[in-house]
Design a protein around this ligand. Structure first.
Ligand code: ATR
Length: 280
């Protein structure tokens, strides 16, 4: 690996959030810059909410080229940005910002991250019926990107039905064929995607296990634990499955490509994630 030496031309990128110390992005993105010999560093910035209005001025002054945004600022950053991508405008959520000639531009790469992780696994989504469990920020981003990728049907299943309906209404203004369900009425579709946090802290599964028998593939956006109860159920039924590490990877790949205009070193970034996630 060529590596970099920090000097007067080193560019600065980073991630803002609170907390931010657990983020895997500084390791993953720094290694990607190094791998391609790009003279740049990527640092974590813990930002308090009252500091947010002054943040972009500070980044202008210090020459920051781009940054990621994590909890709790994905929506709160928007009033301070100059431009939004189409997806970020629909979702009203931003996880990647780049400095452009027209000002700071916000993107949402989480949904594309999920679609690209499926593409990388040679799973075609075009023409497929997909069921998403959840209706929060992650589910919204995934749903929009799947619709853009040409899925033929989308079912949104959520504990709180009204929230699923709200998401379906938002999406139906861009597409059609979106239905809503609760755990009692859900149909698994060709691919079932868990976009809730159920299974992260407990051994619960977000859907009844017997539902999976009719399902072609199961995706869980949770990456820690690497195998949730939902994914164990899929494995027991010999149903192909995928956890959330590649979504995490590819949202970062998309961000890297927005900032640099270069193809990201995907394998290097993946190794960084895997070693920081699973070797502790
Ligand atoms: P994120 O932005 O990460 O998607 P969020 O907006 O808080 O987080 O959304 C969390 C999602 O997980 C929601 O769909 C939530 O369901 P509700 O809308 O009914 O709250 C779902 N969720 C969280 N805990 C759950 C649980 N124990 N059982 C079922 N669904 C749960």
């Amino acid at each position: 690996m060529p590596g970099i030496s920090i000097n007067g031309r080193t560019k600065l990128y980073g991630i803002i959030g609170n907390p931010v110390k657990h983020s895997f992005s500084p390791g993953m993105q720094s290694l990607a810059f190094q791998h391609l010999g790009i003279n740049a560093v990527y640092l974590p910035f813990r930002i308090l909410e009252e500091q947010l209005p002054r943040l972009l001025d500070a980044f202008d002054l210090t020459g920051v080229k781009g940054f990621n945004i994590t909890i709790p600022y994905k929506e709160k950053i928007i009033p301070f940005l100059d431009l939004l991508s189409d997806e970020a405008a629909v979702l009203q959520s931003v996880n990647t910002v780049v400095r452009t000639d027209e000002g700071w531009k916000g993107y949402s790469t989480d949904g594309r991250g999920l679609v690209r992780s499926l593409e990388a696994a040679k799973v075609a989504v075009e023409g497929k019926k997909i069921t998403i469990v959840g209706a929060g920020g992650a589910a919204r981003a995934i749903a929009l990107s799947l619709l853009k990728a040409g899925v033929s049907g989308l079912m949104i299943c959520n504990r709180t039905r009204s929230r699923a309906q709200k998401l379906a209404d938002l999406l139906n203004s861009h597409s059609s064929g979106i239905s809503v369900a609760t755990a009692e009425s859900v149909q698994p579709g060709d691919i079932l995607i868990n976009a809730t946090s159920v299974g992260m802290e407990t051994n619960d599964s977000p859907v009844p296990g017997d539902l999976l028998t009719e399902c072609g593939m199961v995706v869980d956006i949770i990456y820690n634990p690497a195998q949730t109860t939902l994914l164990q159920q899929a494995a027991e039924l010999s149903i192909p499955s995928m956890n959330g590490i590649d979504m995490l990877l590819y949202q970062g790949v998309e961000a890297f490509e927005i900032w640099t205009g270069k193809a990201a070193p995907v394998e290097t970034m993946r190794q960084s994630l895997v070693s920081s996630l699973y070797s502790e």
